[in-house]
Design a protein. Structure first.
Length: 319
C-alpha cells in the first residue's frame, strides 16, 4: 500500500517541506519556531488567500506541484498590487489522512519553486487534517519606505494599463470543464498563474495612482478601482489582444466572443494600474483605457468602448 501523509506524520511532513530552505537577509528566525522573525525596511503589507479542493482546483486537472505554485502565486500577487517587494509567506495546509505522501511532497516542491520565482521566502506555516485539501497562504511584503498604491487613487485623465496574462486561465477552465486538455497554453494558465513579479514596485516608482491584481476578471477588478476612486473607467476593445488559443476555445465550445475570457476571466493575476497621462507607463505594460470623471447621477463603473458590457458573465463571485 502506498505511503500516506498519516504515515509520515505532521512533524515529519513539515521537516520534509522545510529541509534546506534558506532565509533571505532580514529574516533572523525561519521555520521551526512558534513564529518567524524578520526586520523590514519600511511598512509591512500582509494578505491572505485560500484555495479549497473542488472549488479552486481539482486533483484530476492539476498536479500537486501546480496546486502549490498556484497557492503562492495568487497570494503574492496581492503584495505586488500594493507596490511592495514580496518578503515571505506562511502556508497552512489541510489534508485528508489518506492523501498520498508523494502528493504532499510534490505540493511542497511546487510551493518552494514559486517562492523562489516570486522572491518570497517560505517562513513557516501549519499542517492539519481535514475532509478535503485546503491551502491558506499569508503573504508578506515590504514597502521599503514607499507609500502603498491603493485602489482609491485613480483620477480623471489617468490611463489604464496592465501587464501579465488576461483571460487565459478562464479559457483553460472552459475546456477542462468539458473534459478536454487542449489547447495546452490555456490549460497550463489555469493550473499555474504567472504574476508579473517585480512589476508592482516598478509601477509604484513610475507613478501609478491605483493598482489591483486581476484575480476576479478585468471588468470586476477595474470596477473595484472605479468604485473606490469614484470614477468611471472606459476600456478600448481594440487594445485588448485576444490570444489564438482563446479564439480556438471560443470556436470549439459554441462560437462565442473570445473577448469574454479577457473581460470576465480571473485567476491570471495580471497587474492592473492607472497612471497619470503625462507619465510614461513602464516598459512591458499595455495601455488599454482611460479614467474619466462621473457625469451627474452616474455611478462608478467600467465601460467598454463607451458602453456597458452586455453579458451574463461579469467576473468571478465566491457566493
Amino acid at each position: 500500500m502506498a505511503r500516506t501523509v498519516a504515515d509520515a506524520g505532521e512533524f515529519g511532513l513539515i521537516a520534509e517541506f522545510t529541509h534546506g530552505v534558506e532565509m533571505p537577509v532580514g529574516v533572523s528566525v525561519g521555520p521551526g519556531d512558534d513564529c518567524a522573525v524578520f526586520t523590514p525596511r519600511g511598512d509591512v503589507v500582509v494578505s491572505t488567500d485560500s484555495m479549497i479542493e473542488d472549488v479552486h482546483f481539482k486533483r484530476v486537472w492539476s498536479g500537486a506541484g501546480d496546486v502549490g505554485r498556484k497557492a503562492i502565486a495568487s497570494a503574492v500577487a496581492d503584495v505586488e498590487a500594493m507596490g511592495a517587494r514580496p518578503t515571505g509567506v506562511v502556508v497552512a495546509l489541510a489534508l485528508p489522512a489518506d492523501t498520498p505522501h508523494d502528493w504532499a511532497l510534490e505540493f511542497g516542491r511546487g510551493v518552494r519553486a514559486e517562492c523562489e520565482t516570486s522572491g518570497a521566502a517560505l517562513l513557516g506555516g501549519d499542517l492539519t487534517k481535514a475532509p478535503v485539501i485546503g491551502v491558506t497562504v499569508t503573504a508578506l511584503g515590504d514597502l521599503e519606505g514607499r507609500p502603498p498604491v491603493l485602489r482609491s487613487g485613480a483620477r480623471p485623465g489617468d490611463v489604464v494599463a496592465y501587464i501579465g496574462r488576461l483571460g487565459m486561465a478562464a479559457a483553460g477552465l472552459a475546456v477542462l470543464t468539458r473534459g478536454f486538455r487542449s489547447p495546452g497554453a490555456v490549460v497550463r494558465a489555469h493550473r499555474v498563474p504567472e504574476p508579473p513579479y517585480g512589476q508592482g514596485a516598478l509601477a509604484l516608482a513610475a507613478g501609478a495612482t491605483a493598482m489591483i491584481d486581476c484575480s476576479d476578471g478585468l471588468l470586476a477588478d477595474l470596477g473595484h478601482i472605479a468604485e473606490e476612486s469614484g470614477v468611471s473607467i472606459d476600456l478600448l476593445a481594440d487594445r485588448l489582444d485576444v490570444d489564438e488559443a482563446q479564439k480556438t476555445v471560443a470556436a470549439a465550445i459554441g462560437g462565442g466572443d473570445p473577448l469574454v475570457y479577457i473581460l470576465t476571466g480571473g485567476d491570471d493575476h495580471a497587474l492592473l494600474a492607472t497612471f497619470p497621462a503625462t507619465t510614461a507607463v513602464p516598459e512591458g505594460w499595455t495601455t488599454i483605457g482611460n479614467v474619466r470623471s462621473l457625469d451627474e447621477g452616474e455611478a462608478p463603473g467600467v465601460t467598454v468602448g463607451g458602453s456597458p458590457w452586455e453579458s451574463d458573465a461579469g467576473g468571478w463571485r465566491h457566493f
